[in-house]
Design a protein around this ligand. Structure first.
Ligand SMILES: Cc1cc2nc3c(=O)[nH]c(=O)nc-3n(C[C@H](O)[C@H](O)[C@H](O)COP(=O)(O)OP(=O)(O)OC[C@H]3O[C@@H](n4cnc5c(N)ncnc54)[C@H](O)[C@@H]3O)c2cc1C
Length: 266
């Protein structure tokens, strides 16, 4: 039987700045008592379990964080409404509030307190290549639809793909998709082989997310006025591309990671 888990790190007042989270878990006998609010939790309405990042030692900064596996049916877990998002509207995004939720000590990830930060960051090394492939797929779809449309739509007596401005735009879109795919593969291959891939995952996520925003925007341009209509597919792709520059570490945060990883040890 399959189970769905959601990843609860972000809070109303803490997204990029993970150390600013307020959620706290306090030991009580064999359990922990969990209190806090999480925001923008993907799949929350369908989750069987939540991974929750919380402070077990607020005086120790990021080294005082722990990860907990919380049963979604626990007393004190409350879901917010499904958010009305710009894109990816089939995705169920909600706030999740934990009020005096009793969590067994066995559900402390790794079995020891204060390893939560590393667990949360390692999860990003695994998930960022996947998110990058999502961006590549969205952009590739937009490119294919734009090529198809450009061969069918004629202006000034010829298909618009025969206007060099359009064919050059399509060429640039294709190069960007190809480059993002290769970065994604590199990050994924390193991960699959068990090597540390923090830098490669950040390169792939940053480039693929920004690339998908550019390529889907250009696809709308190729479609002209029809691209602006929800009756054609590229508007949805453009709306959906935006969030990939924001979640799983925004494009700005990926640049911070790349800068840090490049200079590590210097
Ligand atoms: C649809 C959706 C689904 C999500 N799913 C999940 C989920 O399942 N689990 C989860 O935990 N979170 C999830 N998130 C939250 C997401 O990870 C955060 O929105 C993201 O980390 C950014 O945090 P923030 O929104 O608080 O923006 P902020 O951190 O307030 O940032 C605002 C802006 O400032 C920029 N910025 C911030 N700090 C810096 C800096 N030091 N240097 C330069 N620029 C900076 C950011 O890049 C951004 O552009 C989701 C968000 C969305 C929209």
């Amino acid at each position: 039987e399959g189970c769905i888990a959601s990843y609860c790190v972000t809070e109303p007042g803490a997204g990029s700045d993970v150390q600013s989270i307020q959620t706290e878990a306090v030991k009580d006998g064999d359990d922990y008592i969990l209190n806090g609010s999480k925001m923008w939790i993907t799949g929350a309405g369908y989750a069987d379990w939540f991974f929750v990042l919380a402070y077990t030692d607020k005086t120790a900064g990021y080294q005082g964080m722990s990860g907990f596996i919380v049963d979604a049916n626990s007393e004190g877990v409350e879901l917010g409404k499904k958010e009305d998002n710009m894109g990816q509207r089939c995705s169920d995004t909600r706030s999740v509030t934990f009020t005096d939720v009793r969590v067994p000590s066995d559900n402390l990830v790794g079995g020891e307190e204060n390893g939560g930060w590393m667990n949360a960051m390692k999860a990003f090394d695994l998930s960022r290549p996947t998110i990058s492939s999502h961006a590549v797929g969205n952009a590739r779809g937009a490119l294919e639809e734009a090529i198809q449309y450009a061969t069918e739509r004629s202006t000034f007596g010829k298909p618009i793909i025969k206007h060099q401005a359009i064919s050059f735009m399509l060429a640039d879109m294709a190069t960007k998709v190809e480059a993002a795919r290769l970065l994604t593969w590199k990050a994924a291959i390193k991960s699959d082989s068990g090597e540390k891939n923090t830098l490669e995952a950040a390169h792939a996520k940053r480039f693929a997310a920004d690339m998908a925003m550019e390529v889907t925007t250009d696809a709308v341009q190729v479609f002209g006025g029809y691209g602006y209509s929800e009756e054609y597919p590229v508007a949805r792709r453009m709306r959906g591309a935006k969030v990939v520059q924001i979640f799983e570490g925004s494009s700005q945060i990926q640049r911070l990671i790349i800068g840090r990883e490049m200079t590590r040890g210097n």
